[in-house]
Design a protein around this ligand. Sequence first.
Ligand SMILES: Nc1ncnc2c1ncn2[C@@H]1O[C@H](COP(=O)(O)OP(=O)(O)OP(=O)(O)O)[C@@H](O)[C@H]1O
Length: 183
Amino acid sequence: MHLAAEGLALERGGRLLFQGLDLALAASDGVAVTGPNGAGKSSLLRCLAGLLAPTAGRIHRQAQLALADERLPLDPELPLARALAFWAAGDISPAVNALGLAPLAEVPVRILSSGQRKRAALALAASAEAPVWLLDEPLNALDAPSARALDRLIAEHREAGGAVVVATHQPLGGEWRRLELGR
Ligand SMILES: Nc1ncnc2c1ncn2[C@@H]1O[C@H](COP(=O)(O)OP(=O)(O)OP(=O)(O)O)[C@@H](O)[C@H]1O
């Protein structure tokens, strides 16, 4: 088991977003967190990543996690390749090539488009050598070839025993267990 959450509850801005939430992530699992805007999908991912304390419940993390969300942790002034190299835990070139980022190596992070920024965030997570990927709206701003590249990266990661949790409004390729918030 990579991760197990029991009885999670989260109150934010005076609203109870979820309670009694259980989640078990084993090797090769894929969980798609769905629900309307404001339901708490991003907040749940931040709880799982340990960046936000749940109001109740426990999270047992038995594997490293990598989070890719809208907060791109890259120096805006550096060219993309150097910015990625600064944070990358492992070899970033397979993910950089898979997501078509190689031609952008010399482009400063601050002028990347939203889809290019999203691809950079995904490449960073994919090269973190973490068994668990937490991907917040990974398809946002991605063009069709990039979305297919992401599907392939996720499939390879899961085939190798990794697990993935996505918060998404759009369907991804492959088989996903669905966790719906805000019902
Ligand atoms: N820093 C914060 N302080 C207080 N409340 C917050 C904070 N960040 C988010 N919230 C609130 O938490 C609730 C859940 O937000 P969250 O971003 O987790 O939802 P979401 O399901 O990911 O939404 P979306 O589909 O729009 O991305 C919202 O009502 C939001 O206003």
